[in-house]
Design a protein. Structure first.
Length: 341
């Protein structure tokens, strides 16, 4: 008895015509939206060429698991060095009316609430490298909130043997539960606090940060519900005020500036996955297909990152080099050029 190609690797069945690596290679190379139809159209001539439904079955056959990303990423990190950065980003889906996982989320890019899929990422960096180690998709707060995902990824990182110099994260994740978890693990952290967070300076009573004398060089205060932390007051040229806080009471301002710069690595990472892996481009409706596409896109980015470290070429340069060959071939063969003559 014969079964449809791609149905699964079970005894008596035909093996799948496409593997995860085939889809990852497609995501790295394509400059177009990541659809199963397009993936099938660009396949090189070979026996038993896969049709578009083989790629569709791939996205529905796999079991989405962030552990798969870690199996590839663990050789690229220093467990006892560098920092871990955690933040989320919205994958824009402005026209998605029937796609699972899509919801309304605040976007730092658009500075408003937009429609999309919220991706929570854990990144390892030493200041130069961008290695994704874990991720979660925030969808239903009844199942897990963003802070639940934060704690789950931190605990998973600890179980994997990470001992980072600092954990860096946005002020959204600066809840007491998160800070106490990091303290319990013995990990130092650096984040931003809102101006209304209550602190106690010199036993003067709990006051908001905005009403407390905080020096730019850092002031040790008692964070209500947590304990002693060091807070830095940063005044921007336009008058905006930011408060950075750390559990490392010995941190100097120059050191704070250095690790604040490290925290921007995750912004570059989120920009990179959107520009270079078509992580936003999947049009499948099911949650399983969307989760698999996102996981495969992150693995595609990891390959671009390793290539960048090895060759010195940027992510965009690596992607452009692939397309450049096709453009050169088109220009070299006038008989395939489009014309209005």
């Amino acid at each position: 008895m014969r079964y449809p190609a791609g149905a699964g690797s079970v005894v008596g069945m035909n093996p799948p015509r496409v593997r995860p690596e085939d889809y990852i290679d497609f995501l790295i190379a394509t400059p177009k939206a990541a659809s199963a139809t397009e993936a099938a159209r660009v396949q090189p001539d070979r026996p038993r060429m896969p049709a578009h439904d083989a790629f569709t079955r791939l996205l529905h056959r796999l079991e989405p698991d962030p552990e798969t990303l870690w199996l590839e990423a663990h050789t690229q990190v220093d467990l006892l060095g560098g920092v871990l950065v955690l933040d989320d980003s919205v994958l824009d889906k402005p026209y998605a009316e029937h796609i699972d996982l899509v919801g309304r989320h605040w976007s730092g890019k658009h500075h408003t609430v937009v429609q999309g899929i919220d991706l929570v990422s854990l990144l390892w960096t030493d200041g130069d490298r961008h290695v994704p180690c874990d991720y979660r998709i925030y969808h239903d707060p009844k199942e897990a909130t963003k802070n639940d995902h934060f704690r789950a990824m931190v605990q998973a990182a600890h179980a994997r043997g990470f001992r980072p110099r600092y954990v860096l994260f946005d002020g959204w994740y600066s809840s007491l539960d998160n800070l106490k978890l990091l303290r319990g693990l013995g990990w130092a952290w650096l984040t931003r606090l809102k101006s209304n967070r209550l602190v106690n300076l010199g036993r003067q009573g709990a006051r908001p940060l905005s009403r407390t004398e905080i020096a730019a060089s850092g002031t040790a205060v008692w964070l209500t519900g947590y304990g002693l932390v060091k807070v830095f007051k940063i005044v921007a040229p336009d008058g905006d005020i930011a408060y950075w806080a750390t559990s490392d009471l010995g941190m100097a301002d120059l050191q704070r500036q250095q690790y604040a710069e490290y925290s921007w690595a995750i912004e570059n990472y989120h920009r990179g996955i959107k520009q270079c892996t078509e992580v936003e481009g999947c049009q499948a409706r099911s949650a399983q297909a969307q989760r698999n596409h996102i996981g495969l896109a992150l693995r595609a980015f990891l390959r671009l990152e390793v290539h960048s470290v090895t060759t010195g070429a940027s992510w965009l340069e690596a992607k452009t080099a692939i397309i450049r060959g096709a453009v050169r071939s088109y220009l070299a063969h006038p008989w395939i050029r489009l014309t209005t003559a």
